[in-house]
Design a protein around this ligand. Structure first.
Ligand SMILES: [Zn+2]
Length: 337
């Protein structure tokens, strides 16, 4: 089969389009003939080696959709030909965290790598039936961003009428957070550095748009829109460049969700700013395995809308990464195979 493999960390040139053996499903595993893979910012971190050294070549990619093509011994839930979506959180399934449904708290939790390929083998628990009315590309755009956003909105006890400040609103995670927050009846202030994307953010539900480099700072905009109180929840995937402003933009007793660090992860702040204002700092990394099967039907019913920026054939994964790193996106980039 064809696959993109990374042999050593680096820039987009380390994404090699290669011929590799088709993997065989073991006990309790299914093989999926992938038709589309979603590109996540996480794939760039994998490519850069941020998850540690590579003992062997890595096929990146966590999100994917396709058809079950072979099943291993003991698999009862799936049969060949069924259309499925990869549910990319891998956990032991037997510890107390897993039994309570909080899979990312499992000691052995990790996120699947391997969807930049024509075939992927995953445990049978890690595929979900693909609902009708969705294309493979649309189905592959949902996993990581929507599961992550739904998980942190639940954990931060988001309520209707609350104000959510959303950094990086046009990215895959941003658009997912925007839609899920609106579904909860929240008021969303979306932040973008690109004023030309403001109208589109409003189309997808943003109540207000704060443009970085605009007349007012983001903190001033939030203050003006909340009567000086600040946002109830701040969602920050930008990190170094935004975090000090997140601290200034959140209200007393509010929540800052840290869910990525696209501009770097080193921040320093006065702890008193956190405890005196009774701010909760909430780290988010994927979510429970039960979320994807629950939210997928919302897409086929049109309650949520997949937002695809652009589509590349698998062999142009390097161009997809180049776009994500240097030119930005509105929603998701998809690879097809
Ligand atoms: Zn576990």
């Amino acid at each position: 089969m064809k696959a993109i493999r990374i042999h050593e960390p680096g820039d987009i040139r380390v994404l090699r389009y290669e011929e590799v053996d088709i993997p065989e499903p073991g006990v309790g595993e299914v093989r999926v003939r992938l038709r589309a893979a979603g590109v996540n910012h996480r794939d760039i971190w994998v490519r850069q080696g941020n998850f540690g050294p590579m003992a062997e070549p890595v096929i990146p990619g966590s999100d994917g959709a396709g058809e079950v093509d072979a099943i291993g011994a003991g698999v009862r839930r799936w049969s060949v030909g069924q259309k499925v979506v990869i549910n990319p959180g891998l956990a032991c399934g037997t510890c107390s965290a897993c039994l309570s449904g909080d899979h990312p708290a499992c000691q052995s939790f990790s996120i699947y790598n391997g969807t930049y390929a024509e075939y992927a083998v995953v445990p049978e628990e890690n595929v979900v039936s693909m609902p009708g009315g969705l294309t493979f590309a649309e189905a592959a755009s949902i996993g990581v961003p929507y599961v992550t956003a739904e998980d942190f909105l639940m954990r931060s006890r988001a309520l209707p009428g609350q104000t959510l400040l959303l950094w990086g609103a046009t990215g895959g995670l941003g658009v997912a957070t925007l839609q899920l927050a609106k579904l909860r009846g929240m008021r969303v202030i979306a932040v973008t550095r690109n004023a030309a994307r403001s109208e589109k953010l409003r189309q997808y539900g943003a109540d207000e748009v704060a443009v970085i480099g605009g007349e007012k700072t983001v903190v001033e905009t939030v203050s003006a829109l909340t009567g000086g109180q600040g946002a109830d929840i701040v969602v920050d995937s930008v990190g170094q460049a935004s975090f000090p402003q997140s601290l200034d933009a959140v209200r007393r007793g509010g929540v800052i969700v840290t869910v990525g660090s696209t501009t770097g992860g080193q921040v320093s702040f006065e702890l008193g700013q956190l405890f005196r204002s009774r701010i909760t700092l909430l780290g988010a990394f994927m979510g429970s395995g039960s979320i994807l099967p629950r939210i997928l039907p919302l897409f086929s019913r049109g309650v949520l809308v997949p937002v695809i920026d652009s589509t590349y054939p698998l062999e142009q994964a390097d161009q997809a990464h180049e776009q994500m790193e240097n030119h930005g996106v509105f929603g998701k980039i998809i690879l097809t195979m």
